[in-house]
Design a protein around this ligand. Structure first.
Ligand SMILES: *Cc1c(COP(=O)(O)O)cnc(C)c1O
Length: 430
């Protein structure tokens, strides 16, 4: 028997999880805009509710359009299963809900998306989930932060907003020694540039809102189960290791093996907390993912050209982009994101806070807004916007000092992108 060919990444981005609709022969995955699904019989309903059979019940818990999206992202990341939810923050909430009990701790990288810093330090605190910050530039700070109450380590593969590449393997080794899963937010890299499971991660989360959807039109998030973590240790992760009374006493890790985490997130977290993705958003994000490899490569090429141009400007004091050969993260970039360091970069504008505000107010092609991962080039001044709520003393550590400007370089002609920055600098100086 001939070996079945393993499809490549570009093929999976278009085909994984999908086939022509069996009833209508529609080629594209339809938008299954339905709330509920009929049961064949009372017995069929009972087996679905009891987790003895897989099938659709109610769109808060699963939906066929969403299901194709989940299979596609799981295939691209090399995971065993995935769960799509309403946003990136919902993916983080559902992930930690499955891992944490009151009084438990997350060890998290200090350099994270500003919204994640708020989520972990403010809202999670009110659940009794405590965060201990560590520094990705000093792996020992992760090791030293681990206590018996640590239940997870959380990092970003490429950190937002600084354009920093994280040494995933070194932190995965800390997680393995501690016996806790490593959760990696892979939003800025996408699986086209980096697959955290290949470097020892156990769970990957995404904001699909950004590069995966890629067109700035839909919110979404996803949790991908790497299938690698052993949930059996008694008492450590009760959602996975203790009998569930509402499901006939089933123990999820025994019943579902290497995709038990994705199941726990769906049948406990999503069921009870409720942030389901709309089928329409799942459809738009699926369409976006079909061109992910093409878009990400162009994003990287344009971002590198912009970073090189900025490096030569007298009105720019520093540029942080791991794709630049002189960048302090270039070595890590060559290991973890060899095809390119992504679209997001930061730089310091001479003149500090006022100059930063003046540049963002004078761009024309760039859009001044709080997002990344659009086809369009985007610009923001984090200190006055996304990181405004981060206390001043933590702003610089989070990569959001007063002079910092963040770009998400889009897919336009790179000459036009550069020309727009040039005229904005000139207008800001005037
Ligand atoms: C945007 C973003 C999030 C949050 O995702 P939403 O879809 O906006 O909820 C999380 N992490 C990173 C790195 C992000 O850029």
């Amino acid at each position: 028997m001939a070996n079945e060919r393993m499809p490549g990444f570009d093929t999976l981005a278009i085909h994984a999880g999908a086939q022509p609709d069996p009833t209508t022969h529609a080629r594209i995955t339809p938008i299954y805009q339905t709330t509920a699904y009929t049961f064949d019989s009372a017995d069929h309903a009972a087996s679905l509710f009891g987790l003895q059979a897989f099938g659709n019940i109610y769109t808060r818990i699963m939906n066929p359009t969403q299901n194709v999206l989940e299979e596609r992202v799981a295939a691209l990341e090399g995971g065993t299963a995935a769960l799509a939810v309403a946003s990136g923050h919902a993916a983080q909430l559902i992930t930690f809900h499955a891992l944490m009990q009151p009084g438990d701790e997350i060890v998290a990288a200090r350099k994270l998306y500003g919204g994640s810093i708020n989520q972990l330090s403010q809202s999670f605190k009110s659940f009794g989930w405590n965060v201990v910050w560590a520094d990705t530039d000093d792996i020992a700070t992760f090791q030293n932060a681990v206590t018996p109450r640590t239940k997870a380590i959380f990092i970003e593969s490429i950190a937002n907003p600084g354009g920093i590449v994280t040494d995933i393997e070194a932190i995965a080794n800390v997680a393995k020694r501690a016996g806790v899963p490593l959760v990696v937010d892979n939003t800025l890299a996408t699986p086209y540039l980096c697959r955290p499971f290949d470097h020892g991660a156990d769970i990957v989360v995404h904001s699909l809102t950004k590069f995966m959807g890629g067109h700035g039109n839909s919110m979404g998030g996803v949790i991908v189960d790497g299938g690698s973590f052993d949930w059996s240790r008694e008492g450590r992760y009760p959602m996975l290791s203790e009998p569930r009374p509402e499901y006939h006493g089933v123990v999820l890790h025994e019943a579902f093996g290497n995709f038990a985490f994705a199941i726990a997130c769906r049948v406990l977290g999503l069921r009870d907390l409720g942030p389901a993705i709309s089928p329409f958003n799942a459809f738009l994000i699926l369409t976006g993912i079909e061109t992910l490899p093409l878009r990400m490569q162009r994003h990287c090429d344009n971002a590198l050209a912009v970073a090189e141009w900025l490096s030569d400007r007298p009105d720019v004091t520093w540029v942080s982009y791991a794709g630049l050969p002189g960048d302090r993260y270039h070595g890590l970039a060559r290991k973890y994101v060899p095809k390119g360091a992504g679209a997001v970069l930061t730089f310091g504008v001479r003149g500090g806070y006022e100059a930063g505000v003046a540049v963002v107010e004078n761009v024309k092609l760039f859009s001044h807004l709080a997002n990344i991962g659009d086809t369009r080039s985007l610009i923001i001044h984090p200190a006055s916007t996304t990181h405004r709520q981060v206390p001043d003393q933590h702003k610089a550590a989070a990569g959001a000092g007063p002079d910092v400007i963040r770009l998400s370089v889009g897919l336009e002609d790179k000459a036009d992108i550069i020309a727009d920055l040039e005229q904005a600098f000139a207008a800001a100086a005037a």
